[in-house]
Design a protein around this ligand. Structure first.
Ligand SMILES: Nc1nc2c(c(=O)[nH]1)N[C@H]1C(S)=C(S)[C@@H](COP(=O)(O)OP(=O)(O)OC[C@H]3O[C@@H](n4cnc5c(N)ncnc54)[C@H](O)[C@@H]3O)O[C@H]1N2
Ligand code: MOO
Length: 462
């Protein structure tokens, strides 16, 4: 069976050991077979290279105010406290016994004597459930109480101040000696543990540390949460034509924009980018950089050098031997593939001294689309997200466009009206289109034309 014609991923593993020529032009000297994959098959393979990173305890303050990316819970979190912690007033008003008010009406208001005052803070620190001052109470008596204050045992209702003859509390004013109430009262009490009881699940492993989760964890008595470590992702560009940003390009040279593009994509996906910059197209230079970064990161992403050119160094270095004399040079599991997508056709996946490596094509739009299709799911998996990709969103084509037969199309589109999208053509493969895009339309490989009014699925992008 010829592995070049196979969709079976296992055929490609260790392909260099079988030393067969590349199927593309200019492939002389390349020893890994290039296989054809669908987007889904290749994404599945990429995801086998990564697993969720170890857990660490991170303070809630850091989770709320630190790096903008959400972390992911590594374990279920259960409540250490009852929420509310004690029966508490839901209103500013008067704590009463409801039996005192059963006959109250507008025609015949009930008068209660005010015998105490309960503020929102407990009277004995460290014992918030203890009865506060002003808790002695007899029939026909009421106690002023503030929202959130512990409700004394004898009280089964709080009458809001505006439903009493007091109408409103004035700071510094003396307590009214008596009040009139002209209707029975609802309880207006938040009961102990009615929201969450000790031991209840606050959030399950896999939940992102949203503002809501961080505050729920604080209410539940936690100071830290167990979250997966943030993936560190090295980003490097290959190409002798590349010059660092800010350096005027000479003849035949271009600024290295991809390492910035991909570093920012890593950040947006929830990782920490380690931007290495541009590496010249020599095997020695690339090997040295890979050896340097591999021990310090969880994933390496390269751009350029994966197609059929005579200087496509990523392809050559990955499929060549990794120095067995150095530590952790495990067996190569290099996969050089042609993915049925446009753009983003040539891709490479491997491990460099044990660290997963994804090689993306150099064309900036191809690199961007490849990142969204393959690297973002990998970064999300490392970060612990249970779903590697966000669901696509349904939109309606405001205009039609063509899509290549047999390839899944990733086309930059702009939003039109409330539900529509329009292609950013004819230069959808140009960086200028990407810059103006609101989303990337993902058109299935069997669709050759999208018509106006057709439903399309889009990836909403940052
Ligand atoms: N004979 C064939 N040629 C090509 C094929 C093929 O199948 N047969 N595939 C084409 C496709 S599709 C793509 S995509 C590219 C991918 O090529 P590489 O990944 O090897 O990338 P390079 O050749 O290094 O660069 C392509 C292009 O992108 C520009 N580039 C590269 N790096 C950067 C960077 N860091 N910042 C900005 N721009 C960058 C580079 O200058 C080139 O213009 O191959 C086709 N060829
Ligand atoms: O597949 Mo290339 O990535 O078309 O531009």
């Amino acid at each position: 069976m010829d592995p070049r014609a196979s969709d079976d991923l296992t055929e490609a593993h260790g392909a260099r050991d079988r030393a067969r020529p590349d199927d593309g032009p200019g492939g002389a000297g390349v020893s890994a077979a290039r296989t054809a994959h669908t987007v889904e098959q290749y994404r599945d393979h990429v995801l086998t290279l990564v697993s969720p990173l170890a857990a660490e305890q991170v303070g809630l303050d850091e989770l709320a105010t630190g790096a903008p990316a959400l972390r992911v819970l590594a374990q279920d979190v259960r409540s250490l406290l009852d929420v509310p912690r004690f029966d508490a007033s839901a209103m500013d008003g008067y704590a009463v016994r409801s039996t005192d008010l059963t006959t109250a009406s507008a025609a015949s208001p009930v008068t209660l004597r005010v015998v105490g005052d309960i503020a929102a803070a407990p009277t004995s620190p460290g014992s918030p459930d203890a009865l506060p001052a002003g808790s002695t109470h007899g029939p026909g008596e009421a106690t002023r109480i503030m929202t959130g204050a512990p409700v004394p045992e004898w009280c089964d209702a709080v009458v809001p101040v505006e439903r009493t003859s007091t109408r409103r509390f004035v700071a510094g004013a003396p307590l009214d000696a008596t009040i009139q109430v002209d209707a029975p009262s609802r309880p207006n009490i938040r009961y102990r543990a009615e929201d969450v009881a000790v031991g209840d699940l606050v959030a399950a492993a896999g939940a992102p540390t949203t503002a809501r989760l961080v505050s729920a964890a604080a209410s539940a008595g936690h100071a830290t949460l167990p979250v997966h470590r943030v993936p560190r992702v090295a980003v490097l560009s290959t190409g002798s034509e590349l010059v660092p940003v800010g350096t005027a390009p000479g003849p035949g040279q271009i600024p290295d924009s991809n390492s910035l593009l991909l570093a920012a994509c890593v950040r947006d996906a929830g990782g920490v980018p380690v931007r290495v910059g541009a590496v010249p197209d020599t095997a020695e230079a690339l090997r040295a950089v890979l050896d340097d970064v591999a021990p310090h990161v969880d994933l390496i992403v390269t751009s350029g050098g994966v197609s059929a050119g005579a200087f496509d160094v990523v392809k050559d270095v990955l499929s060549g031997p990794q120095d067995a004399a150095l530590p952790a040079a495990g067996p190569s599991d290099v996969l050089l593939v042609t993915v049925g997508m446009q753009p983003g056709k040539p891709q490479a996946a491997a491990r460099w001294r044990g660290t997963p490596l994804l090689g993306l094509p150099g064309n900036p739009v191809s690199a961007y689309v490849s990142f969204q299709a393959f690297v973002r799911p990998a970064v999300r998996r490392l970060a612990g997200h249970p779903g590697p990709a966000e669901p696509l969103v349904e939109r309606v084509a405001a205009e039609g466009w063509r899509s290549p037969a047999g390839r899944q199309q990733f086309l930059p589109v702009r939003f039109v009206g409330a539900r529509g999208v329009a292609p950013l053509g004819p230069g959808g493969h140009h960086v200028s289109a990407l810059t103006r895009a609101d989303a990337i339309a993902v058109v299935p490989s069997e669709v050759e034309a999208v018509g106006p009014g057709d439903t399309v699925h889009v990836m909403v992008i940052a």
